[in-house]
Design a protein around this ligand. Structure first.
Ligand SMILES: CC(C)(COP(=O)(O)OP(=O)(O)OC[C@H]1O[C@@H](n2cnc3c(N)ncnc32)[C@H](O)[C@@H]1OP(=O)(O)O)[C@@H](O)C(=O)NCCC(=O)NCCS
Length: 182
């Protein structure tokens, strides 16, 4: 498998790489965990949900110009896919992309998501030429807010009850960072 998998970003501990059908079981390990998906718009996933996700990812990868990078987070020391992250171009004209991440619960608290998020921000600025990288995060998701801060994003806005997710209207903080002085 290794020879065909494309590496997109590398950090001291992590490889962020393209996903493959063979990753389905590793994705299921976190996508089925209710604690992991609590603040996410998807999940807990069935096998079919994850199969569809992978097929959507493959389709988006083939788009020209490509707008979406949904990548696996591989921990070098274990050669294991322990999570996923995303960078989606949300406005190509304005140079905006949003970032997201999710990790298998037993790898929380080791700085992995911050390392991945920093790498994605760098990828967006240096390789995609993005001007603004942004993310939304529920105020209750303190770990995610901290990850965004550690990746260099700053809190810009509070959106009250702006999205209906899993039967509840959710608040969000909007975080962003810029590749140019404002
Ligand atoms: C959010 C998530 C990706 C964080 O991953 P992680 O690898 O554990 O994050 P890191 O270790 O890089 O950093 C977490 C930071 O949050 C802090 N933190 C963790 N839980 C916290 C809490 N309840 N309150 C305040 N800070 C908290 C940690 O101390 C750490 O900050 P520090 O390095 O300054 O001490 C992980 O918890 C996850 O997968 N959650 C489910 C998916 C999700 O919510 N994704 C984000 C959607 S917006």
């Amino acid at each position: 498998m290794g020879a065909f998998i494309q590496v997109v970003c590398e950090t001291p501990r992590l490889v962020l790489r393209e996903l493959a059908d063979a990753d389905l079981a590793a994705i299921q390990a976190y996508a089925t965990d209710p604690a992991v998906v609590e603040f996410l718009p998807w999940g807990p996933n069935t096998h079919e949900d994850t199969r569809r996700f992978l097929s959507d990812v493959m389709a988006a990868r083939a788009a020209t110009p490509r707008q979406q990078w949904d990548l696996g987070i591989v921990l070098r020391s274990e050669q294991r896919l322990i999570g996923g992250c995303r960078l989606h171009v949300t406005d190509a004209v304005a140079g905006e992309a949003d970032v997201g991440y999710v990790l298998t619960r037993r790898y929380w608290g080791q700085g992995v998501a911050s390392e991945a998020a920093r790498a994605l921000v760098g990828f967006a600025f240096t390789r995609l030429g993005a001007r603004r990288v942004w993310a939304v995060c529920e105020p209750a998701n303190a770990a995610s807010a901290r990850v965004l801060e550690k990746a260099g994003l700053r809190r810009e806005r509070f959106l009250r009850a702006h999205r209906l997710m899993k039967g509840r209207w959710r608040d969000s903080y909007v975080y962003a960072c810029y590749n140019e002085p404002r």
